[in-house]
Design a protein around this ligand. Structure first.
Ligand SMILES: [Zn+2]
Ligand SMILES: [Zn+2]
Length: 154
């Protein structure tokens, strides 16, 4: 049978003449394309995300939530009972995960910088940890609206 070298730069593996690459390098073009596509989609997603967080719509929505939620860190309040100022308005279902819920009052919770980091660390730990944290946050937000917001906004 006719043999040749793998066409991948620097690879000296001997292969059949009918194929371009050895086993190891056969899928690289496809994988490179996939990787390119993945990166491009991520960049587009990031651009959309930034554009949203800089928008007037978000600014107004965020101010309305801050007023409604009394400007406090709801996670801290139901965890330790302490009243701490909220510095971030966190999307429980992140906008990359649920774009349609980006301006949903039932999806945004005020938290301090430290708790915001804590929450995102949980999100990144595992899918299960993320789901668990989201459940806790939704329950706290619902409870807060029941406890403090008369004629509830949500
Ligand atoms: Zn090769
Ligand atoms: Zn967040």
């Amino acid at each position: 049978m006719l043999k040749k070298l793998c066409s991948y730069p620097g690879c000296h593996k001997v292969i059949e003449a009918g194929v371009k690459y050895c086993e190891k390098h056969r899928n690289t073009d496809r994988e490179k394309y996939r990787e390119y596509k993945r990166r491009r989609m991520k960049d587009e997603e990031e651009a959309r995300r930034q554009q949203f967080y800089n928008s007037k719509a978000w600014e107004l929505f965020r101010a309305a939530r801050a007023a409604e939620q009394l400007g406090i860190d709801i996670y801290e309040y139901y965890t330790t009972g302490k009243i701490v100022a909220a510095e971030n308005y966190h999307h429980i279902q992140e906008i990359t995960e649920a774009w349609a819920r980006r301006l949903d009052a039932a999806n945004v919770i005020g938290v301090s910088e430290a708790n915001h980091r804590r929450i995102h660390t949980e999100y990144e730990r595992s899918y299960k940890a993320k789901k668990k944290m989201q459940k806790i946050l939704y329950a706290m937000l619902e409870r807060f609206y029941r406890d403090f917001v008369l004629d509830g906004g949500i």
